[in-house]
Design a protein around this ligand. Structure first.
Ligand code: ADP
Length: 541
């Protein structure tokens, strides 16, 4: 037997922070502050402060594995927390500030958070659940410089916390399997569930995410994660950008299209990531202000929900490149990314978009299969089944949750609850979530396919398709449509538009026109609400 002669070297975030501080000192990190001014500092400042945070937390009594929660927008201090907490041996727990206060309190108690770092502008939100939350100490980041009065008695300043560090920090010897961070699902289809990431998972995810045919992140990029750092591990962008030493630009609380486009232009951003709703707003702003912003060369990663092909085409018509990726909180989150394989440049434009609009191929170390009725389904691009994945950054359990085993197969795969197809080339397309799928007389109708086709109609701004109960077919599709301002379209015209691409039985029985599609905290269509609202429509007619 031959033995490997390689070192056993732990894959930890500690190494990545150290390296960033050693080699990329002069690179910049820019953050939009609540007063809209730009806060700038360098990697030298960022890494020094992240180490200070680690030391200060230890001095405050942080024990290995203690959870330190954050309630913050995307900015420099959140980045400091992203590294400072895990390198101290703590577990970074990002709280979703868009959830209802009671839900945040539930999550925080469930995670047993010990400390909290919070933006001063979010204190009014914290006040709504402070009495129900477990935090022993609360550190306030003074973004506005305003005094934290009237809350001073129980809150402390984050800056004062950092000052307790005197440079004597000795990084704990972490194992790569130690917990580094945790995040709860956004709860689109049920109560939020917690996932705990190890150092190893985050490091490997970072390396693969940055690869050329994955999201291609380099120090020559200027990176803006629009996706909140509290949503599914911030999609890994803060870790990846820091690891490669890229300039980082954070939007703070300003996520409207104009603020983002201004920020991209002012800071030369060429690599960004967010959910389709954000990019829809950007497309509309570009359309209404011809020539005001130049997005040519901007690479936009999109995930969290399917991006309609039409929106992808619109954004690319301005010179941007849109890359579709799929994943979930449970998968750290990157599981697949879409890119054209070598040779596919020769395909027709329509064929290329067909591929690009799919969720893509599994990234290295992620294995993927589709399962229908307990059997692995063929990769024929047609047979729908549940997507199952496994790999080093895929969770195998939920944090402290009894009875969640149905999310995992007997042979150790994560059952994602997403329905999709995989074609012969390995490109996966999400057609639905299990709970959103429309089961009509034994056939499956993909709500996502119908939505994308509806959103391809020139008069349609947005469309969500949901199942409504039907006495004969069990379920039938209903389309809730938002019409673009100044446009008109009838139910029959929309059905005719769809008839070209779908069989008759696929077409929605009902088309209702609404002002706005309800959304979740992470910008997804809140289909459960639409189902509730229209569940009696068949009976009413
Ligand atoms: P929640 O399950 O509460 O929505 P997550 O924020 O973890 O929590 O979302 C993961 C889900 O988002 C996936 O299971 C999938 O349904 C959806 N999703 C993510 N990326 C995409 C994508 N590119 N296309 C379609 N759906 C996506």
């Amino acid at each position: 037997m031959i033995q490997s002669t390689m070192m056993e070297y732990p894959l930890t975030l500690t190494h990545l922070l150290g390296r960033a501080g050693t080699y990329f000192k002069k690179m910049e990190i820019v953050s939009r502050m609540p007063d809209r001014s730009l806060h700038r500092y360098t990697y030298a400042d960022f890494t020094r402060r992240a180490w200070q945070l680690a030391e200060a937390l230890q001095k405050a009594g942080l024990q290995p594995g203690d959870r330190v929660a954050t309630l913050m927008w995307n900015h420099y201090a959140h980045l400091e927390a992203y590294f400072g907490i895990p390198v101290a041996g703590g577990v970074l727990h990002t709280l979703n500030l868009r959830l209802a206060p009671d839900d945040i309190a539930y999550i925080s108690n469930h995670a047993e958070d010990r400390f909290l770092i919070v933006d001063d502008i979010l204190l009014p939100l914290l006040e709504k659940f402070r009495d129900k939350a477990p935090f022993e100490r609360v550190f306030v980041v003074p973004l506005t410089g305003a005094a934290i009065y009237p809350y001073t008695s129980s809150y402390e300043s984050y800056e004062e916390l950092l000052k307790t560090a005197d440079g004597s920090f000795v990084a704990p010897q972490l194992k790569e399997t130690d917990a580094a961070a945790m995040c709860y699902t956004s709860g689109t289809t049920g109560r939020p569930k917690g996932v705990v990431y190890s150092h190893r998972a985050l490091v490997l995810h970072t390396l693969v995410q940055s690869m050329p045919d994955v999201l291609n992140i380099s120090m020559h990029d200027t990176v803006t994660p629009v996706v909140p750092l509290f949503h599914a591990n911030g999609w890994g962008f803060a870790f990846a950008a820091t690891t490669v030493g890229a300039k980082q630009v954070y939007p703070g609380p300003y996520l409207d299209a104009q603020s983002l486009l201004d920020l991209f232009a002012e800071e030369g951003v060429n690599c960004t990531a967010g959910v389709p709703t954000i990019w829809l707003g950007i497309a509309q702003a570009l359309e209404h202000n011809p020539g005001r912003w130049d997005v040519s060369g901007l690479r936009m990663a999109v995930g969290g929900a399917a991006i309609p092909e039409g929106l992808m085409r619109t954004l690319e018509s301005y010179g941007a490149t849109v890359q579709h990726a799929w994943g979930m909180t449970e998968t750290s989150p990157l599981a697949t990314a879409s890119f054209l394989k070598a040779g596919m440049e020769d395909l027709s434009v329509d064929e290329q978009y067909k591929r690009k609009a799919m969720q893509g191929v599994a990234v290295p170390f992620v294995e993927m299969r589709i399962v229908r009725d307990g059997v692995e389904a063929p990769w024929d691009g047609e047979t729908m089944g549940e997507i199952q994945v496994r790999g080093p950054w895929i969770t195998m359990a939920y944090h402290n949750l009894e009875g969640s085993t149905s999310s995992f197969s007997d042979d150790g795969w994560l059952c994602t609850g997403d329905i999709g197809v995989i074609d012969e080339e390995g490109y996966m397309k999400i057609t639905d979530r299990v709970k959103d799928l429309i089961k009509s007389g034994g056939e499956w109708i993909s709500s996502v396919d119908l939505e994308n086709a509806l959103m391809g109609h020139p008069a349609v701004a947005e469309a969500a398709v949901v199942a409504v109960p039907d006495p004969k077919w069990q379920e039938r599709p209903l389309a809730a449509v938002v019409v673009k301002p100044g446009c008109e379209v009838t139910e029959d015209e929309l059905r005719e538009h769809l008839a070209g691409s779908f069989p008759n039985w696929y077409l929605p029985d009902h088309v209702v026109f609404i002002d706005e599609i309800p959304r979740t905290s992470t910008g997804k269509f809140m289909k459960a609400k639409l189902r509730d609202e229209f569940r009696d429509i068949q009976v009413q007619q």
